[in-house]
Design a protein around this ligand. Structure first.
Ligand SMILES: C[S@@+](CC[C@H](N)C(=O)[O-])C[C@H]1O[C@@H](n2cnc3c(N)ncnc32)[C@H](O)[C@@H]1O
Length: 193
């Protein structure tokens, strides 16, 4: 199982309009692109991937959404489709435990710290100044990435409570979904070598 956590600092925590994902929905477009980059192959899905979104925007932060590649249904490779499943999840009365909103998509109350404590695994934290991803091998990896605002000092402190490594996918600052594609490519090459 490969897991990706993406932190959405402004991402809405109540149902939002699908017509303004970057604005009113708090850069939900970034998170939707990350879901697609993590889960989609050409004409197939990566069944061994889970994507966790940390939603930290108004009006009811924080909330967590999970897309499980082994069970997700009704997901098409466009931002609006992922956004529509997130919106459906936010229609649920989120509790401190996971509730499935549509097949393969679940929601719960909680933030990054709650999620890391639940998963309790070694973390690979993606940061521009990290060590080179090339040549590393990943076993049951748990990757953490920021959105357009990066990762805050407090979030870094939460990450540092666990065994972790800081990894870079290259010398330039990239969009989070592009980093995910590069990570998959590294792992695909290793698995098919
Ligand atoms: C658009 S970047 C964040 C830019 C933000 N302005 C900042 O200064 O942190 C979004 C996320 O992608 C990841 N990222 C971007 N470029 C990367 C790179 N070259 N290596 C590793 N991670 C990267 C990081 O997790 C980052 O938080």
């Amino acid at each position: 199982m490969k897991s990706f956590i993406i932190i959405g600092h402004k991402a809405a925590t109540a149902p939002f309009s699908l017509n303004d994902l970057p604005g009113a929905a708090g850069r939900m477009d970034i998170l939707c692109r990350c879901v697609n980059a993590a889960l989609f192959l050409s004409h197939d899905l990566r069944r061994d991937v889970r994507v966790y979104l940390v939603l930290k925007g108004e009006p009811a932060p924080p909330k967590l959404i999970c897309f499980d590649g082994s069970g997700v249904r009704y997901l098409n490779p466009d931002e609006r489709s992922a956004a529509s499943l997130i919106r459906k999840a936010l229609e649920k009365n989120a509790q401190g435990f996971w509730t499935e909103s549509t097949p393969g998509v679940s929601v719960r109350k909680g933030g990054l710290g709650d999620l890391l404590s639940e998963l309790n695994r070694k973390i690979t934290y993606l940061r521009e100044d990290g060590g080179d991803v090339r040549g590393r091998s990943f076993e049951e990896p748990l990757f953490v990435l920021g959105d357009h605002l990066g990762v805050t000092d407090d979030e870094e402190k939460s990450i540092e409570k666990y065994e972790n490594e800081v990894v870079s996918v290259g010398p330039l600052s990239l969009h989070a979904d592009h980093c995910i594609v590069l990570l998959h490519n590294e792992m695909d090459r290793q698995e098919n070598a």
